[in-house]
Design a protein around this ligand. Structure first.
Ligand SMILES: Cc1cc2nc3c(=O)[nH]c(=O)nc-3n(C[C@H](O)[C@H](O)[C@H](O)COP(=O)(O)O)c2cc1C
Length: 156
């Protein structure tokens, strides 16, 4: 299978998860992993699986991930399997009360990413997923890397 993994990361957490996914999928597949602002148009040509990972920023994907997704033409992901994830802080770890309420209302990055890539023609093959970091700069919380491996194993 030809796979492209696209990620963005400010502090390294989303990148670490993207590379963990790459190591899980590498065997028997032709895989490329690229940072969102380095993706070339030809990187998307003929791919069979697109994995996109973004830090959640103000309840949304990062600017670079948003720009990457915007550049993809409508319909061009037809026949392409899609898996998206974000990194995020759990409501329980958020100390500011108003933020907890806002998270409840506005959510995280993964769902809107999946919706947009589906509109571009992609087939979302696993539940859009969030992986938890302990604070703004991380680290990735205990047990999350195991969840990553389990999640990526669900791709058909
Ligand atoms: C400006 C800014 C906005 C953020 N907004 C959110 C948010 O809305 N929801 C959330 O769960 N985490 C939010 N975070 C925390 C990020 O999700 C966290 O920094 C990110 O997952 C770390 O991934 P990275 O190391 O790949 O950058 C925000 C962080 C920053 C710096």
């Amino acid at each position: 299978m030809k796979i492209l993994i696209v990620y963005d990361s400010y502090f390294g957490n989303t990148k670490e998860i993207a590379y963990l996914i790459a190591s899980e999928l590498q065997e028997d597949n032709e895989l490329k992993i690229v940072k969102a602002d380095d993706v070339k148009k030809e990187d998307i040509d003929n791919i069979e699986l697109l994995v996109v990972g973004s830090p959640t920023r103000a309840f949304k994907p990062s600017t670079k991930i948003a720009q990457f997704m915007k550049r993809i033409e409508f319909g061009s992901l037809k026949g392409v399997k899609v898996a998206v994830f974000d990194t995020r802080i759990s409501k329980e770890d958020t100390k500011v009360k108003i933020l907890k309420v806002m998270i409840k209302i506005f959510g995280y990055a993964a769902n809107p990413m999946a919706k947009l890539l589906a509109r571009k023609g992609g087939e979302v093959v696993v539940e859009p997923m969030g992986f938890y970091v302990a604070g703004t700069e991380g680290p990735i919380k205990d047990g999350e890397k195991e969840r990553v491996v389990q999640w990526i194993g669900e791709i058909e």
